[in-house]
Design a protein around this ligand. Structure first.
Ligand SMILES: Nc1ncnc2c1ncn2[C@@H]1O[C@H](COP(=O)(O)OP(=O)(O)OP(=O)(O)O)[C@@H](O)[C@H]1O
Ligand SMILES: [Mg+2]
Length: 428
């Protein structure tokens, strides 16, 4: 009994009414209670779907209960003693309905209740008649058939429900896969466009770099030559030179990002590279005082790293931390420890600053190129870091809670079998 077919009146309901009308014209014909009960059964049948749609939890129970009570009423008005009524198969109605809607145990309980109601008519009958062995056998056969019908229909209904939910799950999975496929296609198209654009802009940047060098050289010469004789022209030449400097930094960083990396790895101490990066940023820093706290685990394994690229990655991260803390200064904590990630051994580096942290809406994007919140930033620092980390088969993630600073966590896998680093330092 499919859910949809129960929502409106369909030809099956009409057929039901015809069969009930057939019962109505069989004896006892003039028994008005019998006719009314049959009518009520017809009404319940027609409105069953709507009742279940309106009361999804209790509607099924009410339906079976109504059919059971109406069936019992029908027997009361159709039998000499009710237990002898030829209309007793009306009890198949609640039994089969329960078998369709419920699981095996509940179906058996409903059948038990139906049988009990049927047997309750024994009591008035026994006041007038005697119970014979034939009578008991007949009653037992009728009741056993109730159970038989319930079990057969229930088995079919449970299997049907199982298949339906299986198909539903399959359909949902299929819809999900389709959606993912469409998404992947859209992403692939976008990546193709971006790759083409990237190649074009890398070529353009490369071509821009040479004339920039010439402009810069000429501006510097002009600046020196005109120094005293024409102060205005000399000042303007100075501007040209400093702006060209900015442009060539941008172009170089862009090319760093766009060109495929050629990593030359050899066993390295990650803490040595970190120290070099920290020193290099600190030397050039002109903002507030930054205290660096070190917490390096002892006996760290050496890692297969490209010295220059990794130092560059650490410089970018440390530079960002210093810039985030700005003129107020703050604390940069550097933790390095052996770690395991997805079954791979390696080293985890945590860089946590006491700056303002990264707003939630920016966290997804900061590793994308040209995402910056700084007036003089290019937005390539973190993209380069993530590219370098990828080249080393490592990973980078951001842990940042509002007002608690940003914490970048990097993982570099170790060589197998890992050599141990001698003389690794531990200070906190
Ligand atoms: N430690 C940090 N604390 C707060 N915000 C950060 C931090 N690191 C990165 N960010 C945010 O992420 C953005 C992107 O950083 P990214 O290093 O890629 O570019 P940038 O620093 O703006 O420019 P540049 O290319 O010169 O490095 C930054 O503009 C900043 O908003
Ligand atoms: Mg940066």
């Amino acid at each position: 009994m499919a859910e949809e077919s129960r929502k409106g009146v369909d030809w099956l309901d009409v057929a039901w009414l015809l069969f009930l009308a057939g019962l109505a014209i069989l004896p006892p014909v003039r028994e008005v209670h019998k006719q009314l009960t049959l009518l009520a059964i017809g009404v319940v049948q027609i409105f069953e779907g709507r009742l279940i749609a309106r009361l999804p939890k209790s509607g099924r129970t009410y339906t079976v209960l109504l059919k059971l009570l109406l069936g019992t009423l029908l027997l009361a008005h159709t039998g000499g003693p009710a237990i002898n009524s030829s209309y007793y198969p009306i009890y198949y109605l609640p039994v089969v309905t329960a078998a369709v809607y419920f699981g095996p145990r509940t179906t058996l309980l409903w059948t038990l209740l139906t049988s009990a109601l049927y047997c309750s008519y024994l009591y008035p009958a026994l006041q007038e008649y005697e119970l014979t062995t034939v009578g008991v056998t007949e009653l037992a056969i009728r009741i056993l058939f109730f159970f038989l019908a319930a079990l057969v229909v229930n088995r079919f209904a449970v299997e049907n429900r199982r298949q339906t939910s299986l198909y539903q799950r399959l359909a949902e999975q299929l819809a999900d896969t389709n959606r993912q496929l469409r998404q992947a296609q859209a992403e692939a198209r976008r990546s193709e466009r971006l790759a083409a654009l990237g190649q074009l802009s890398a070529g353009l940047a490369h071509e821009i770099r040479n004339p920039l060098g010439v402009i810069k050289g000429s501006a510097e010469m002009l600046h020196q030559k005109l120094d005293a004789s024409n102060p205005l022209a000399s000042e303007l030449a100075g501007y040209i030179s400093s702006e060209v400097n900015r442009l060539s930094v941008l172009v170089s960083r862009f090319l760093d990002f766009a060109r495929p990396l050629r990593t030359e790895t050899r066993p390295q101490s990650v803490t040595d590279l970190l120290d070099r990066a920290l020193k290099s940023v600190a030397e050039q820093w002109q903002g507030g005082t930054v205290t660096v706290e070190y917490a390096y685990q002892e006996d760290l394994p050496l890692l297969p790293l490209d010295e220059d690229l990794c130092e560059q990655a650490f410089i970018n991260l440390v530079q960002n931390a210093y810039e985030a803390m700005g003129s107020q200064g703050g604390t940069l904590r550097v933790d390095v420890a052996a770690a395991n990630m997805n079954g791979r051994r390696g080293v985890e580096v945590r860089l946590k600053d006491s700056g303002p942290g990264i707003p939630a809406d920016l966290r997804e994007q900061i590793f994308n190129p040209f995402v910056t919140t700084k007036s003089t930033g290019v937005g390539l620092g973190l993209s380069i870091v993530s590219k370098i980390v990828d080249e080393h088969k490592g990973s980078i993630r951001l842990e940042s809670a509002p007002q608690q600073g940003a914490c970048f966590v990097l993982f570099f896998p170790a060589e197998e079998p890992a050599a141990t680093q001698e003389g690794a330092r531990a200070s906190a």
